[in-house]
Design a protein. Structure first.
Length: 619
């Protein structure tokens, strides 16, 4: 981790500084020297070798030896007498020797004796070797410390690079209307793995309430055979620590985790802290819910909508500590079953102090746990959640469609201070979100949004099988809700549909895994095109050994063509030499010349180029 700081003092004295760091909970600090840059800016860095929280701070001091050496050098250059200066230097070295031992002490003593001799001007003695020794034994008597201890949280690598696939286990049976099980979900693991996803995200798997259960298409009054929404959690069969009986048992769930791991897939579980009227908490702890004036429990509302099937928890109850402890135990329970990935539903509707506390508590016990915030809210609230400890967050990507919108938004996410604390996870669709772009654009729109999500972000996900099936019919005009939404009924999907985007998705994910440039967000840079329907951007590794250029046609109706303009030096390419642009989607290879090159993309075949750039020109 690189740390920079402005360090300065009145007067002309020379300074030294160190960057101090330690793993949280350790008593001993380690130090690395800081080096000056320009205009009083200093820098230092330390290695982050373990998951968890590291603390760091700074110390700086007036360095008498460094100040003396600078003055001595100037006087010698000017031909001035340095007799007294040599004696001053000898005293500084002798003082340092008192803190040294062995060979270092002998060498320092020899340097001091030489300076006191009349046979030298000093320039042959004040060497880099002496400076290195003095650096080991500095006079820090006038040291000052930065008044804050800062922290950085270190997550495992999946926090920075992952591909998520959302699947409803109850729709995995393969038989129309038959409720799927966790064992049925096992049979879909190979399908998910074949597309290159390494996270399988499951909506809530808990018992679903019966009171005010919603019907198909979110009808207020359901039929007795309606299965309800998985987010309506709790019945007489259990709450947040139970599994819906029709899905299976805790042992079935642990088996699913193990089978997924064999295929390189990690299971992510949805945590939604809300209850139905049938949840055991309602009977056992009515004090955890807000009461209306007539004594009834307040259900969820977003006027004019009413959600009688959901009772929000009252985080401001007088009994908040007991409530918080119980919700912490929910995380602990699932961690004990092997879970290390949680997608948290609507965290912005719960208090910030709760998330700061519970995430810290969970990570203290399970430091490899990651939290994904499903927070579609105002930017500052999303950013605050990230600072409180959420490892990743949903974004506004789904609603950013034009070149200007995408460029502005992703420049903010990757090139400003936001990149220091906010990791975006890009989803072109979710069970709640079927955008107008997908509704009207058909298959080309789905391919376009997939490429954008998978390349603009190192973390992305899709809600399937709706996505690869290009499901795009809304419940009604102007709505982003799906017709026959899987949130309220069991769906039967054709996983072998030849028209599916399965193969295309798999190719994109293989490209991501094979190219380290696509596994980070910070290197994202946008490049000019002369067509507003063409967006062009690049990513690269730090050493520029892997440079990827992406060009996408944002128009799902028509072929778009134009010229892209690159700054080749920034991409590590010699502008005077032709270079190869290898399309990793189609395997086509082009020889490009100079910074300006022509592209044409047909959205009905492949709406994008993912080009690996290099000087290897085939003969």
């Amino acid at each position: 981790m690189r740390v920079e700081s402005d360090i300065y003092i009145d007067g002309q004295d020379a300074l030294s500084a160190v960057l101090r760091y330690r793993k949280q909970g350790h008593s001993r600090w380690s130090e690395v020297p800081m080096e000056p840059l320009v205009n009083d800016r200093w820098w230092g860095e330390f290695e982050l070798t373990q998951t968890g929280v590291y603390q760091y701070t700074l110390q700086a001091w007036v360095d008498p030896y460094k100040s003396w050496r600078e003055v001595l050098t100037k006087k010698i250059t000017a031909g001035q007498d340095v007799t007294l200066d040599r004696l001053t230097g000898a005293e500084l070295i002798e003082k340092a020797a008192q803190h040294a031992s062995g060979k270092a002490r002998r060498l320092l003593g020899q340097f001091a004796v030489a300076l006191r001799s009349d046979n030298t001007g000093g320039e042959d003695i004040v060497t880099d070797e002496l400076a290195a020794l003095m650096k080991k034994f500095p006079d820090r008597s006038r040291e000052v410390s930065y008044d804050k201890v800062l922290s950085v949280e270190v997550d495992r690598k999946k926090a920075g690079f992952s591909a998520w696939y959302e699947l409803f286990p109850r729709s995995c049976s393969g038989y129309p209307g038959k409720h799927g099980t966790l064992r049925d979900c096992e049979t879909r693991l190979a399908y998910v793995a074949s597309m290159g996803f390494d996270v399988l995200y499951l909506p809530p798997i808990h018992p679903i309430g019966h009171s005010f259960r919603k019907g198909k298409n979110n009808e207020l009054s359901g039929n007795p055979d309606d299965v309800g929404s998985p987010w309506a959690i709790g019945s007489n069969e259990g709450g947040h620590k139970a599994i819906h009986p029709q899905l299976g048992t805790v042992e079935d769930f642990k088996r699913l985790i193990a089978k997924a791991k064999e295929l390189g897939i990690e299971i992510a579980l949805d945590i939604a802290f809300q209850c139905t009227p049938d949840h055991p908490y309602v009977k056992e702890h009515p004090e955890w819910f807000r009461k209306r004036p007539d004594g009834s429990i307040q259900y969820a509302e977003n006027p004019p909508k009413k959600y009688q099937d959901i009772y929000p928890l009252d985080f401001e109850t007088e009994h908040w500590q007991e409530l918080w402890d119980e919700l912490r135990s929910v995380f602990f329970f699932w961690c004990e079953q092997g879970m290390r990935l949680f997608r948290v539903d609507n965290p912005h509707t719960k208090p910030f102090p709760f998330w700061e506390w519970v995430i810290r508590e969970v990570k203290a016990k399970y430091p490899d746990v990651l939290f994904l915030a499903e927070a579609f809210t105002r930017p500052k609230i999303m950013y605050r959640l990230a600072k409180l400890g959420f490892s990743q967050s949903y974004t506004y990507f789904a609603w950013r469609n034009t070149k200007a919108e995408l460029t502005q938004y992703f420049t903010e996410l990757t090139q400003t201070e936001v990149a220091d604390f906010f990791r975006p996870n890009l989803w072109p669709n979710t069970p709640d979100i079927l955008t107008e772009y997908l509704q009207t654009g058909g298959r080309p729109a789905f391919m376009t949004r997939l490429v954008l999500a998978a390349t603009l972000g190192a973390n992305y996900g899709i809600y399937g099988p709706a996505f690869e099936s290009c499901e795009n019919i809304p419940r009604e005009r102007g709505s982003e809700e799906y017709l026959n939404s899987e949130k309220y009924e069991i769906r039967t999907w054709n996983f072998e549909d030849p028209a599916s985007l399965r193969e295309f998705i798999g190719r994109i994910n293989r490209i991501r895994r094979a190219n380290k440039a696509l596994q980070n967000d910070r290197s994202l840079r946008f490049h000019d095109t002369d067509n507003e329907q063409l967006i062009c951007f690049s990513k690269r590794t730090a050493d520029r050994s892997n440079v990827i250029l992406i060009v996408v046609n944002l128009d799902f109706r028509y072929t778009q063509s134009g010229w892209v303009n690159l700054t080749l030096e920034e991409l590590g390419l010699n502008p005077t030499v032709p270079f190869q642009a290898h399309d990793l989607i189609t395997d086509a290879r082009y020889v490009w010349h100079g910074p300006r090159n022509y592209v044409a993309l047909n959205p009905h075949t492949v709406p994008a180029h993912i080009l690996r750039l290099g000087h290897e020109i085939p003969t």
